[in-house]
Design a protein around this ligand. Structure first.
Ligand code: SF4
Length: 257
């Protein structure tokens, strides 16, 4: 009897694992997320948490400077492993000189490297930006495509960049999981995973679709201002009563006088 029970638990565990891995593989191919079986790890008061975040950051938005989908695509590509602040220091000048993919294509890779050399990984980024601009001109008439699959096929554009462009430039709901969203959502308990994609799938399942883009900004803003990577300010955090990390670390909120 005990052996049978153990065997069925064992099977259930591996079937669940296989289902999650299958979902991840499918989504990597750019297929629809609809109807995918994503297992939520724990019960958390999602509504309450989102309500607090929305009241803390009603003005939250993308902090990269851009005026159109093309500029957002380039700014997001530049922001990989660099801060938005650093990217914003160079893009206004860059976009003043080079407004469209054709303008970038007039540059050699060395010339573009010179323009963006204050940003980390500038050599790889220059190569990817030029190749992306070439594809935009040749395949998409110089426009940024609105499809995840097409965006992800561009050099230097991964799932996170595609999500940023889809949600901010085209208003298509998406949750881009960057370092802040990953850290904050896993600390709070909205997600429970050491994988970026699995975190995104769990957030998509837990958060109503019409709030995906807002929630993405709220979590980033909270991560930058309160739930910082080192020394999160739990004692003053409004989410503390609902936060798994605070519970596990027995953190008590400071009483307001
Ligand atoms: S209580 Fe602490 S860990 Fe939880 S969200 Fe707030 S700052 Fe982050």
């Amino acid at each position: 009897m005990i052996t049978k029970l153990k065997l069925s638990k064992f099977r259930r565990f591996y079937v669940t694992k296989i289902l999650i891995s299958h979902d991840i593989l499918q989504s990597r191919k750019g297929e629809s997320m609809k109807d995918k079986k994503v297992k939520l790890p724990n019960r958390v008061p999602t509504k309450q948490i989102l309500k607090i975040l929305s009241s803390l950051y009603p003005e939250a938005k993308c902090e990269l400077l851009y005026r159109n989908p093309f500029e957002l695509l380039i700014a997001t590509m530049l922001s990989a492993q660099a801060t938005d602040k650093k990217v914003n220091q160079i893009t206004p000048f860059l976009f003043q000189k080079y407004k469209a993919p054709e303008d970038f294509l007039a540059l050699s890779q060395q010339e573009l490297e010179e323009e963006i050399k204050q940003i980390g990984l500038y050599k790889t980024k220059s190569k990817n930006i030029l190749e992306t601009c070439r594809i935009l001109v040749e395949k998409y008439n110089g426009e940024v495509p609105k499809s995840r699959e097409k965006l992800e096929s561009l050099p230097g554009v991964g799932r996170k960049t595609a999500n940023v462009v889809l949600s901010n430039a085209f208003g298509i709901p998406a949750i881009a999981v960057d370092t802040h969203v990953f850290r904050v959502s896993n600390r709070i308990g909205l997600a429970k995973s050491d994988q970026v994609l699995e975190t995104e799938l769990q957030l998509m399942k837990r958060i109503p679709r019409n709030l995906w883009s807002n929630a993405h900004h709220w979590l980033i803003w909270h991560g930058r201002r309160v739930c910082t990577a080192r020394n999160p300010k739990c004692e003053i955090c409004s989410l503390q009563p609902y936060c798994q990390y605070a519970k596990e670390n027995k953190i008590v909120q400071l009483k307001k006088n």
